[in-house]
Design a protein around this ligand. Structure first.
Ligand SMILES: [Zn+2]
Length: 323
């Protein structure tokens, strides 16, 4: 693969970001808040996303990314003032335990009821971060949250990005919130968006699509996602999967192990790097200009490596059994 030329600030001259990857402009405080449907709103700082529901009994906040931080309450205040409803956050739902989506939770203390998956609670106990107080309400598979006449369906369908990442469905708002799997208009960052369960991550978009919704709050970047965004993401991952299988089958490992000699790990590196590069190159070429940042090679390369390893380790294609 060729490296792009170096441009300003030492960054390579990457391909232009497609206009479709951007969302609305931020205000002077650095956030945008917009209506999703009726009394469901989303907030972004251009990189992270959260959501909130205004009700007669108070506000339900979904995630609290620290990068949005104090702008969460500012966004709530702005919408509550415009609509003459309460701006008091009474409930906070954790999508998953990660700090980058939850560690502004401690800004909402007092009478707030926090809700999360039971594994979220276990992981937050483990991580012992005062910025992410434990959920008081937990569930294993499903939980219906009812506040002020509004209904939200929380569900856990197995591990994906993390062991605890849940699906948050707003059946009366035509919306799904599902974080850190699909990035609307952009490729996943390193290692399938820093995901722990490759098979779970690869299967999650189909589960997301099995819900009825028009708007997806995906947790990242500057706009809401559509069902088409999920389909493009699925195709990107499916293309990587097919390319990794092709490369595994066609790259001869023998020369790498011969060259490595007694240093077996050197042989492993040579072989797996060659497979990964061969598999990733056509994906980077195909998606540059389609998904933003597809030409940041490290993202597609590390995601390809993870999927290729999962093909060997999870799906059992690691080679013949010694006779
Ligand atoms: Zn995460």
């Amino acid at each position: 693969m060729t490296s792009p030329a170096t441009g300003a600030a030492g960054l390579p001259d990457y391909a232009p970001i497609p206009q479709s990857a951007f969302g609305p402009a931020l205000n002077e405080q650095g956030y945008y808040v917009g209506r999703v449907e009726r009394n469901l709103y989303w907030v972004t700082d251009g990189v992270y996303q959260a959501a909130f529901l205004t009700t007669d009994d108070g506000v339900v906040l979904f995630d609290a990314p620290p990068s949005i931080g104090g702008n969460l309450q500012r966004a709530v205040d702005e919408i509550a003032a415009a609509n003459g409803v309460s701006n008091r956050v009474t409930h906070l739902v954790y999508s998953h335990h990660h700090a980058d989506h939850g560690s502004a939770a401690s800004l909402f203390d007092g009478d707030v009821t926090r809700i999360g998956h039971e594994e979220t609670k276990r992981l937050l106990l483990r991580d012992d971060d005062p910025a992410r107080p434990l959920p008081e309400v937990t569930f294993a598979d499903r939980y219906t949250l009812e506040v002020g006449g509004e209904r939200v369906e929380l569900a856990w369908h197995g591990p994906n990005h993390t062991p605890d990442n849940i699906y948050i469905h707003f059946p009366d708002h035509d919306t799904l919130m599902f974080i850190d799997v699909v990035n609307a208009g952009w490729v996943p960052i390193y290692n399938l968006n820093l995901s722990e369960d490759v098979i779970g991550y690869m299967g999650a978009p189909a589960i997301a699509l099995s819900y009825p919704w028009t708007h997806l709050i995906s947790g990242h970047l500057g706009r809401l996602a559509t069902r088409d965004d999920v389909a493009v993401h699925q195709q990107y991952i499916a293309d990587i999967d097919a390319s990794a299988q092709e490369a595994l089958a066609s790259v001869d490992p023998v020369p790498y192990y011969v060259a490595g000699g007694a240093n077996v790990w050197a042989g492993v590196k040579g072989h797996l790097d060659a497979v990964t590069e061969r598999a990733a190159a056509p994906i980077i070429a195909k998606y540059t200009g389609v998904l933003a940042a597809a030409d940041i090679e490290a993202f597609t390369v590390t995601t390809t490596f993870q999927i290729m390893q999962s093909y060997r380790l999870d799906r059992g294609h690691s080679g013949p059994v010694h006779p």
